[in-house]
Structures are given as structure tokens and as C-alpha cells.
Write a protein that binds this ligand. Sequence first.
Ligand code: ZN
Length: 316
Amino acid sequence: MTQDLENTAYALPLEPPAGDHIVRATAHDGLVRAFAARTTDTCREMVRIHGLSPVAAAALGRLATGVQIMSQDLKNPDDRITAIVRGDGSLRGLTVTCGPDAMVRGYAWEPVVETTYRSAGKLDVGSAVGHGTLTVIRDSGRGEPYIGRVELVSGEIGDDLAAYYANSEQVPSAVGLGVRMDGGGILHAGGFLVQLMPDAGEALAEWMQERMAGFPDVTWLLNEGFGPRQILDLLMGDPDIRYLGEVPCGFRCDCSRERMSRNLATLGDEDLHDLMSEPEGAELTCHFCGQRYHFFREDLQAIFDHARDRTGQDQP
Ligand code: ZN
């Protein structure tokens, strides 16, 4: 089929720009399901917190967007999905984690890297990530977490998440993720995930593939005034598309002094003694949001005494 986007695109009703959100839909008699998200504010917040250079902002923003969408498959309030990219490029890696409420947090292992371009205006995320792996952990807080790992396809993140779905979960998927910037910061960010259900036939698979191949960048569509709902409409090309829900998404770190104390309590004796040897105590920084927590020596002593009491160990 021919892709007459020029004519269909502008005929759609445009909704006024709203905050970050994810829309979910099914189409083609339930044989295709899809999600689309606007994540501009999420990405701006990560740039603000971490002082990310453009390539780091694009890489982290794409992964965060993908994980926010993936979080919509989580069932219980305590469930978490975590994605870790490890590469041999200048970025070294990315860590992102999200609960079912689509509130994500994450960081780039190297927040500032050289700005290089793949082509005019296209940041070279793939080279900054390099060769490596993508690990996805689904943890319900009970029992063993489900862990899937794939080799990075391109390091451009979208392709890598699609490869994860195809290889690790055996679900044919297309993922489009984008972060558009200018000198002043992030202009638009968003993404989509399209998946074929097991009963989708060859013909539908081919038709969707063709449609994907001609599909414009998500950030171009956002820039033209399309919201996630209109992006899904365009993607699916089905007048009987069914919208199943729309949820807000964003950035939030759930670190606290109490959580930091719990982490400290799990340290080995040698690390504890190192921390306690400092007269001013220890300052710990949350990787995800940059929040600092100061612990005086007496605080540290109390945490360790408490931990020992609980594990029944002898006092040194
Ligand atoms: Zn934090």
C-alpha cells in the first residue's frame, strides 16, 4: 500500500499540547497493539538533574521513554522494570528503572560526552553507546526476578529494545524513540511501541512492516503538533482503532534517607570502617536524582549497630 501521510496527517484533529503521557491502543481486530508517549518533560528533568550533554540526553531520554512504555505491562504496584545498557563507547552505560505508574528515574554513566552526528542534525547515539548488551529486569519484589539480556543491535536504543522483545520475549515488535534538541535544550521527546499478537498473519505483519518503514520520526510528528493519540492513529492505519487508556508519565526518584540507611546497613565491615574513619561522617549521593544525604559518625555507628543486632552478629 502507498503511504499517503502528506494528505492524511493534516486531516487529523490536532489536540492542544498536554503534559507527558502514554496512550495505549489495539487495532486490526486486536492483532496489533501499540503504545505512544510524549516524554518531553521527563527528558528535560533528567537534563536538569544530571547536566547531560546532547548525546547523553538523547541516549538516556530514549531509554527512559522506552522503559516508561514497557512499564505499562507491569501488573502490581510493587513491580519494577529496569533496563541497563552497557557499551564500550564513551557513554559506558545507562541505567533506567520504572514502576507501573510510569514514573521513571535513570542516569547516564558518563553524563557528558563528545557531541557527534550520524548525519545532519542526527546525534550519533549508537557510537557513544558502542557495542555491548541490553539487560532488562522485571522484578515483582517476590521470588526471582525475570532477567533478559541481548546484544546491542545498533546502540541507537529503539532497535535494541525491539531486539530484546523479539529475542527475549518472542514478540515481534517495532520501537521508535526520539529526543529532539536545539541549543536551548530539549524541544520534543517521545516514542512508540508496536507489537504483533501471536495470531497476526504474514500479510498483516508485512503490511505493518511496510508502514513502519515509511513512518516519520516521532519528534517530527510531535513538532507538527501531533500527540500520542494521533501518532497511534497514523501508525495503525485502522479506522476501527480502539484506545484503551491514557496515563500520565514523568520523572520521579523515590530515594530517601531511610532507603540510604538500609543500603548502608548492607555494607561489609571494611567499607563501614572506611566511612567511619572520616571525622565529618559520610555524604552519599543518589545516582538517580543527585540528592545528597549526610550521615554523621554517630548516625553511621547507630546504623551498623542496628544491622548487627538484626543479623545476630557479635559486636567487634
Ligand atoms: Zn534519588
